[in-house]
Design a protein around this ligand. Structure first.
Ligand SMILES: *[C@@H]1O[C@H](CO)[C@@H](O)[C@H](O)[C@H]1NC(C)=O
Ligand SMILES: *[C@@H]1O[C@H](CO)[C@@H](O)[C@H](O)[C@H]1NC(C)=O
Ligand SMILES: *[C@@H]1O[C@H](CO)[C@@H](O)[C@H](O)[C@H]1NC(C)=O
Ligand SMILES: *[C@@H]1O[C@H](CO)[C@@H](O)[C@H](O)[C@H]1NC(C)=O
Ligand SMILES: *[C@@H]1O[C@H](CO)[C@@H](O)[C@H](O)[C@H]1NC(C)=O
Ligand SMILES: *[C@@H]1O[C@H](CO)[C@@H](O)[C@H](O)[C@H]1NC(C)=O
Length: 508
């Protein structure tokens, strides 16, 4: 059950000399008071009281909010006057965040005016309870003093006349004393253990649409007599239900279902910022006065999505949320060697079309972050393209690591670089060096696959490129994005979805 932000119900109705102000609980109430003379009251005295409690006093610029007088605790810090309205003879006050207990009869007095003027204002703080059909509803009622009401009388009525429940010092409708309207027979109970707290709330079981309406809870014998207003709305939509019908690495087909709302709801898909998503036409069916709604949408970006159900007539909204991970969002990085000599190798790592924006780093085989040029980042249609280069001078394995923190996703690619600093002086031995290097590289490649564990992440792809440069005569290199054009002596490339943590399942 969720209520929309309260829409002000500020009804003003004049009955005789009194004014009635009706507001919903938790909103602010303005209680009006203006002497007929409309004279400037900036230098006058006025006093607000409620059933004997001190609510607010103003005396020529001094008032309860600047340290004057002894305001009742119930109102401390919640009541203010309208300073700029005083010169128009307006002594209205605002009570913030009203509660049921603020309901009652207020008076606004000008004791020093001739003739002395007094105004009566009744404040009614209404409560709205919204429930699904067939569920139970608790209608709240709590007297202002919170005194024990075990030996008191209280009465619940619906729409001014129907008898709902009556309690009188231990006798009530459920123990053979009187009976309610047929509509409520056997369905309404009070909370015996709450009576000592002044709590006269009731529970209506198995609510039906016909139970919707305005209820009052009355204490006819209390002085002053207390009345509370509660609006019951039956027919709220149950929470929607989200399923993923189909998904690929590029999109996800989501379905939202609302089952059995009693008032026809509007159902929409929204992204996390509240933008309405394009969706297929919803399917709506009605059986026995209940509405069943299904609506699909296809999303192509990683993120949070929600299905929102709005029932305007009853001012009610409910929602469900889901997180969608689009794995195509973070493609594997590509490693190339745009330039190399016998002494160094320039390595380039490219990530194309990642979303959300990734962090891309070069690491050595121990996981140390390597100094690298500032990455080049560009963005097209919410997808990020990142290129980062590093210059290495030692034989070893190097890794390009792509991290998308927001979605706990990491992927990496690895390359092996062989720097033969002595190649020119040992040209005759190149072949031997070569074969042993290949053997070593093979071992390293297998090892790399095994150790390329993905520390976290839902899915990860690993791409391992192993290559080495032959001393002074480096292989022709290209900046092509395709690592296979890099003509390494040996290349092992592994890709795949690793669901297991050690990532070894795809080893060649
Ligand atoms: C008094 O001031 C309040 C707050 O500005 C305003 O809402 C109210 O209408 C005013 N009353 C009169 C009679 O002008
Ligand atoms: C009154 O009692 C009902 C039932 O136990 C409870 O749900 C409700 O919160 C109580 N109200 C207050 C104001 O304590
Ligand atoms: C999911 O979508 C793919 C691609 O459109 C399609 O080939 C496949 O049949 C769909 N699967 C289901 C269960 O609908
Ligand atoms: C939602 O998609 C599923 C699978 O493609 C389809 O069977 C169903 O009819 C769709 N529902 C709506 C309301 O578009
Ligand atoms: C790589 O580093 C070496 C040694 O520090 C340097 O001589 C060479 O110019 C660098 N290459 C590039 C492309 O920056
Ligand atoms: C390179 O050659 C020199 C002299 O022959 C030798 O001392 C050195 O250890 C060699 N370095 C490597 C890395 O093989």
């Amino acid at each position: 059950m969720e209520l929309l932000p309260l829409v002000c119900l500020c009804l003003l109705s004049c009955s005789g000399d009194g004014v009635r102000v009706v507001v919903e609980e938790d909103s602010d109430a303005v209680l009006p008071c203006s002497p007929s003379t409309k004279e400037d009251i900036t230098a006058k005295l006025f006093d607000w009281k409620k059933d004997g409690q001190e609510v607010f006093m103003y005396d020529s610029g001094i008032h309860y909010n600047n340290g004057h007088g002894s305001q009742d605790l119930q109102f401390k810090g919640r009541v203010s006057h309208f300073q700029d309205q005083l010169m128009n003879g307006n002594a209205s006050i605002k009570i913030q965040n009203v509660k049921m207990a603020d309901s009652g009869n207020y008076i606004c007095i000008f004791p020093r005016l001739q003739p002395r003027q007094t105004f009566n204002i009744e404040l009614v703080v209404g409560v709205k309870v919204v429930v699904e059909e067939d569920s139970d509803a608790v209608l709240p009622c709590l007297i202002n003093t919170k005194e024990d009401i075990t030996l008191k009388l209280f009465d619940w009525k619906k729409d001014g006349q129907k008898e709902v429940f009556m309690y009188d010092a231990g006798n009530h409708y459920n123990n053979g004393h009187g009976s309610p309207d047929l509509q409520f027979k056997g369905r309404v109970s009070h909370f015996q253990d709450q009576l000592m707290n002044g709590n006269a709330s009731i529970k209506i079981q198995n609510t039906k649409m016909a139970d919707s309406g305005n209820y009052i809870c009355i204490f006819p014998r209390l002085q002053p007599r207390q009345t509370f207003n509660i609006e019951l709305v039956v027919g709220a939509s149950p929470e929607p239900y989200i399923t993923t019908l189909n998904e690929t690495k590029d999109w996800s087909l989501l379905q939202c279902k609302v089952r059995g709302a009693s008032q026809e709801p509007k159902v929409e898909w929204q992204d996390s910022s509240g933008n309405i998503l394009p969706a297929e036409e919803p399917q709506v069916s009605e059986r026995g006065g209940r509405y069943y709604v299904t609506i699909n949408t296809t999303v192509t970006k990683t993120g949070r999505y929600r299905c929102v159900v709005t029932q305007k007539e009853i001012n009610h909204q409910s929602r469900a949320e889901t997180f969608v991970f689009i794995s195509g969002a973070s493609p594997e990085p590509y490693i190339t060697t745009p330039d190399a000599t016998k002494d160094w190798s320039l390595l380039q790592c490219e990530v194309k079309g990642a979303s959300p924006e990734p962090k891309v780093e070069w690491q050595d085989s121990s996981g140390n972050i390597l100094p690298a040029e500032e990455p080049q980042v560009s963005e097209r249609g919410g997808r990020y393209y990142v290129t980062i280069k590093t210059n290495v001078t030692k034989t070893g394995r190097y890794r390009c690591v792509v991290t998308q923190e927001g979605i706990s996703h990491q992927t990496s690619a690895e390359t092996f670089v062989f720097i033969n600093v002595n190649s020119s002086s040992v040209s005759e031995k190149v072949c031997e060096d070569c074969s042993s290097a290949v053997a070593f590289v093979l071992g390293a490649a297998v090892l790399a696959v095994v150790v390329a564990a993905v520390p976290f992440g839902l899915r990860a792809t690993n791409c391992i490129t192993v290559s080495f440069n032959q001393g002074a005569a480096p292989d022709p290199t290209t900046t092509s994005n395709d690592p296979t054009k890099d003509i390494p002596l040996l290349q092992v490339r592994v890709t795949g979805d690793h669901q297991d943590q050690n990532g070894s399942s795809n080893a060649p």
